[in-house]
Write a protein that binds this ligand. Structure first.
Ligand SMILES: Nc1ncnc2c1ncn2[C@@H]1O[C@H](COP(=O)(O)OP(=O)(O)OP(=O)(O)O)[C@@H](O)[C@H]1O
Ligand SMILES: [Mg+2]
Length: 113
C-alpha cells in the first residue's frame, strides 16, 4: 500500500512542508532495513529520491570512498520509506542466479583476476 511521506520530517532536512515522496505503509516486510541514525545530505538524497520516483528502466550508480555512506544512504532511505531491498555484494567474478517456477535469470561479472 502506497503512503506519502514528508521529505523534511522523514529525512530531517529543511524542505518545504508540501514536498512529499512515495513510500509504503509500514508492514511486516523482512526486507525493509532497520532505521538507524543517518545524516542525509540534500543533494545525495535528491538523486536517490528522483531515481526511485522514476527509474526509467535504468540503474543508479553511486561512487565514493570507502565509508563515505553509499550503502547506508540507500539502506536508510529504504528504511524510512518502508521499501524492501536485497543487497548483493558484487566483486570480480561474482554471479547471481534468480529462479522463478519456470525460468532462471543469471547475472555475472567477468573475472578480471
Ligand atoms: N551520512 C552519514 N550519517 C550517519 N552515518 C554515516 C553517514 N555516512 C556514513 N555513515 C556511517 O559510516 C559507516 C560506513 O558507511 P557505509 O557502509 O554506508 O559506507 P560505504 O560508502 O558503503 O563504504 P564501502 O565503499 O566500504 O561499501 C556506516 O556505519 C554508516 O552508518
Ligand atoms: Mg558499501
Amino acid at each position: 500500500m502506497i503512503k506519502h511521506y514528508s521529505i523534511a520530517a522523514t529525512f530531517g532536512i529543511t524542505a518545504p512542508v508540501s514536498m512529499q515522496v512515495e513510500g509504503f505503509e509500514p508492514a511486516q516486510n523482512v526486507y525493509v532495513p532497520t532505521q538507524k541514525p543517518y545524516v542525509f545530505r540534500k543533494d545525495h538524497l535528491r538523486d536517490v529520491l528522483a531515481f526511485l520516483g522514476s527509474p526509467n528502466g535504468d540503474g543508479l550508480y553511486l561512487t565514493g570512498p570507502t565509508g563515505s555512506g553509499k550503502t547506508s544512504l540507500l539502506e536508510q532511505v529504504a528504511a524510512r520509506l518502508h521499501w524492501g531491498v536485497h543487497a548483493v555484494t558484487a566483486t570480480a567474478g561474482w554471479s547471481l542466479t534468480i529462479c522463478s517456477v519456470s525460468t532462471c535469470w543469471s547475472m555475472a561479472a567477468p573475472c578480471t583476476g
